[in-house]
Design a protein around this ligand. Structure first.
Ligand code: KG4
Ligand code: ZN
Length: 346
């Protein structure tokens, strides 16, 4: 048995997790900085990297302590080295190098986006592909939707990715965050929009940015639509006595329906076009219940959606991707560097 420690510091979560080479989840510890950045309405890179420095050691120690076997049983160290914020990535990469060197174990650099996809192979007792009976085989269509990314990626085998479509402006999660801000909701906006949308009646007709004949996405126009409608309804800029709750709920729901509709339609269409045997939904926005339900409903092929805690940034998904890289003999050299603009399958 091989146990891999995964370390993730690309954005605003300091995270570490351990999985074994069967994909069994042994520990998963996340220290989120959400409350710190909420004050500013978004992530402040300098604040994020300093907070990683504070959190990294206790988070890793807790993840290792919780995994059966402790330090003795760590056989490799995987770490996100891109894409992400340079100052944040550096904290995780240097911690990983120090640990791997002192344990005399291999170091494995992981692409954060591949990590999100590999969350689908972690054995957490439901939904994923770990059980061979659930695994539809390749090719798979992967929809990665997070605060910084919106990508459709064709996965033709383990470690084999081809970019099919991506956002031309805002990422899906970024769109949720911006729309929430217009509606006077807290950061991060995704969970807030979902929460208030659940109180809404039927949604209003809202634009959909289909951009025909491509699998690319565009969400910035939708933000403009939210601003326009919020202005018309007299809730933007936010009135001093607070915005009308039901108006906020209706706009939140209309916005969410529009995003979900485009994401689901394009993912299902791309999967069909490429003869895919399944779809993987990955990234922080995959925590959205309307998106999960919409994709499960629309897809003719099996859909793997990791549980919530493995959708948002975490160390276990990096460890799982590390397991796969090690299987392919892809350990990294000691001069592993951060690559903030790293892409997937491009
Ligand atoms: O993957 P992630 O944790 O970090 C990045 O790599 O970006 O994704 C964070 C993003 C945020 O934009 C957040 O608003 C969004 O995921 N998000 C959601 C939900 N939960 C988190 N968006 C929609 N609905 C949710 N329930
Ligand atoms: Zn992420």
């Amino acid at each position: 048995m091989v146990n891999v420690l995964g370390i993730e510091t690309s954005c605003d979560e300091t995270a570490a997790g351990v999985v074994d080479d069967h994909g069994r989840l042994l520990s998963n510890v996340v220290a989120t900085q959400v409350d710190i950045h909420a004050r500013y309405g978004g992530i402040v890179p300098e604040v994020a990297s300093r907070q990683h420095v504070v959190e990294i050691r206790p988070v890793i120690e807790e993840a290792v302590a919780k995994s059966v076997g402790g330090w003795e049983s760590i056989d490799a160290v995987a770490v996100t080295h891109g894409p992400g914020l340079a100052g944040s990535l550096i904290v995780g990469v240097n911690a990983a190098k120090g640990i791997a060197a002192s344990l005399g174990r291999p170091l494995v650099g992981v692409n954060h986006l591949e990590g999100h996809i590999y969350a689908a192979w972690i054995d957490h007792g439901s939904d994923g592909f770990t059980d061979p009976a659930d695994d539809p085989g390749f090719p798979l269509m992967c929809l990665i939707v997070s605060g910084g990314h919106t990508e459709l990626v064709l996965m033709s085998g383990h470690g084999r990715f081809k970019l099919i479509g991506e956002t031309r402006d805002d990422a899906a999660g970024e769109a949720f965050d911006k729309a929430a801000r217009v509606l006077g909701l807290r950061y991060p906006g995704g969970p807030e929009i979902q929460r208030v949308a659940a109180e809404a009646g039927p949604s209003e007709p809202f634009p959909r940015a289909w951009i025909r004949d491509t699998y690319d996405f565009s969400f910035s126009g939708l933000k403009t639509a939210v601003i326009r409608r919020a202005r018309q309804a007299g809730i933007y800029p936010p009135p001093p006595d607070g915005a009308d709750r039901s108006t906020v709920a209706t706009l939140a729901r209309s916005f969410q329906d529009s995003v979900v509709d485009v994401l689901v339609s394009k993912a299902v269409d791309a999967a069909d076009r490429h003869g895919c045997k399944g779809i993987v939904l990955a990234g922080g926005v995959a925590a959205n219940s309307a998106l999960r339900a919409g994709l499960l409903d629309a897809s003719p092929v099996p859909v793997a959606i990791p549980p919530m805690q493995l959708c948002t940034d975490n160390g276990a998904m990096i460890a799982m991707s590390g397991v796969q890289r090690l299987r392919e003999g892809l350990a990294s050299a000691w001069d592993l560097d951060v690559v903030p603009g790293m892409r997937i399958g491009a």
